[in-house]
Design a protein around this ligand. Structure first.
Ligand code: DOR
Length: 473
């Protein structure tokens, strides 16, 4: 036998167990896991002595801005940043240019991404209300990973780009959908069996409060939080849960930031509804108090909230209310992120720091390595219908693996990020526990922080279809 890649002497970590073993890879698949040394030559041999081998980590929430804002990020940079951070699959958010709103755009963008991908990738489809309600079935057939609805955002009439700060009366803009339109969207997505994921913030409340706070001359982080409070998130989640209950849609709440939201989500879960949630490192490691040192670099939407919210997010990870942690990688330019709290755009780089920040919590004793596997690999793979090809280490699974050195210390440095525009509120953060090798489809893409492959080899990842719709194929 000629093996593509043999990984020897590692500690294999799954969500259930940790055990020593060798992994043999052929044609991009895990072929054998054994304590023996099997016969045959290997193209690549990795000695994993002292290292942990995790199923490839998945970042389900990435904005690579390709196209639309390629001066901030593009797919080549974001997927190299992913590989550098131990991520083997990203799910690309659909608010690109063109947006992933119909068959033609999906085909165009999947070819674009494929030509630049250093890791594997899934693609979200976008819900634009009546504008593309009839296109959702095509997107399902083509293999979007799920559907995203940016609740309360308006859409530019000409290019279907999201309008981030909508105000009534704006020209050339299609106003945000009303709840009837959202209801129809939920119905349509429910038929596909896929997830409808929402950016949950009530824009009407935010617009109203922002005007009031600005008129009072407020310009502190506290003022920003008054203008964009937890209530904005909680209101939309409440409506979303009610619509999901009625339509049978599987609702996923993106980037949860507030404790009150968790109460609503946990209740719906206890009642047995398919409602899931995620959060991100900025909500787990930052609070309002960090604004003094981080400034607008830590501005994200929804805003980072209070210590109590952070504590409750960690509790929700422990009790399973939150099933995955992802980055919401959303680069902007440095100049933009140096603006004041009102004018700076929301978002920062995240895909490269996600795994290091979470692994540090293993060193701190808050999480175990098996929890990392659950939160960053197995749970997302199961949720989005790509398990066990992804999210597992077993014979027949895809050979996507993340090798981790729990003794390795590292300082996250903004200027060392692999993204195009390098902006993060975690500049200077020390971590212990680092991904040291990223293996994608059996091939090492990153070793010790360096990108090894010169050519993009990432593949499009599509989920199993589970909907009950008959598209007359
Ligand atoms: O902070 C954010 N930035 N939150 C989002 O949901 C969108 C993102 C962006 O695209 O900039």
């Amino acid at each position: 036998m000629k093996w593509d890649h043999v990984i020897l002497n590692g500690q294999i970590v799954t969500e259930d167990e940790t055990y020593p073993g060798n992994i043999y890879i052929k044609d991009g698949k895990i072929t054998a896991i054994t304590n023996e040394q099997l016969e045959g030559e290997a193209n690549e041999t990795t000695d994993a002595t002292g290292l942990y081998i995790l199923p490839g980590l998945i970042d389900t929430h990435v904005h690579s801005r390709d196209g639309g804002a390629t001066h901030k990020e593009d797919f080549r940079h974001s997927t190299q940043a992913a590989a550098a951070g131990g991520i083997t699959t990203i799910f690309e958010m659909p608010n690109t240019y063109p947006p992933i709103s119909n068959k033609e755009n999906f085909e165009r963008q999947s070819a674009n991404f494929l030509s630049k991908a250093f890791v594997n990738f899934g693609i979200w489809g976008i819900c634009l209300g009546d504008l593309n309600i009839d296109d959702l079935k095509d997107l399902d057939k083509l293999g979007v990973i799920g559907f995203k609805y940016f609740w309360g955002y308006a859409v530019n009439k000409e290019n279907y780009q999201l309008v981030y700060n909508y105000e009534e009366g704006m020209e050339n803009v299609i106003p945000p959908c009303d709840d009837g339109e959202v209801y129809r969207m939920f119905e349509e997505v429910a038929k596909t069996g896929k997830i409808i994921a929402i950016h949950a913030e009530n824009s009407e409340l935010i617009n109203h409060l922002t005007k009031r706070v600005k008129a009072e001359g407020g310009n502190s982080y506290e003022d920003a939080l008054r203008a964009r409070p937890a209530l904005a998130e909680e209101l939309t989640i409440g409506t979303g849960i009610a619509l999901a209950k009625e339509t049978g849609a599987h609702l996923h709440i993106l980037h949860v930031s507030s404790g009150g939201s968790l109460d609503q989500i946990a209740l719906a879960q206890e009642e047995g509804y398919p409602i899931t949630a995620e959060t991100c490192p900025h909500y787990l490691f930052l609070t309002n108090e960090d604004f003094e040192t981080k400034g607008s670099m830590m501005k994200v939407y929804p805003l980072v909230k209070y210590q109590d919210d952070q504590n409750r997010l960690w509790d929700a990870i422990e009790d399973g209310t939150i099933s995955l942690v992802c980055s919401d990688h959303a680069p902007h330019t440095l100049a933009e992120k140096q603006m004041d709290i009102w004018n700076a755009p929301a978002g920062m780089c995240g895909v490269e720091a996600l795994a290091p920040l979470m692994l540090n919590e293993v060193s701190e004793g808050r999480l175990g390595l098996q929890d990392i596997v659950s939160l960053l690999s197995t749970n997302p793979a199961k949720l989005y219908g790509i398990y066990p090809l992804k999210g597992s280490i077993m014979a027949g699974a895809d050979a996507d693996l993340t090798l981790v050195d729990m003794e390795k210390e590292h300082i996250i440095r903004m200027e060392e990020l692999h993204s195009k525009s390098k902006v993060t509120a975690f500049d200077g953060t020390r971590v212990k526990g680092m991904p040291v090798r990223t293996i994608v489809n059996g091939v090492t893409v990153m070793a010790n922080g360096k990108i090894l492959s010169s050519e993009p080899t990432g593949q499009l990842v599509t989920p199993e279809r589970k909907g009950d719709v008959n598209y007359n194929e």
